[in-house]
Design a binder for this molecule. Sequence first.
Ligand SMILES: [Zn+2]
Length: 53
Amino acid sequence: MDATKTLKSQCDAGCLHCGAPLTQKEGPGRLRQFCTAEHGRSWRRRMRHAGWL
Ligand SMILES: [Zn+2]
């Protein structure tokens, strides 16, 4: 964690499931980590199967 940068500027890598670029909305709110809700579900399912969650 680099405290000199905002949290959002460090989280622009794209969808965690497929890597598609994401546009983060400015201002307060949750970070987008997946391009679709379905990709969020797929990623969490994969992590759970891998024993990460
Ligand atoms: Zn995706």
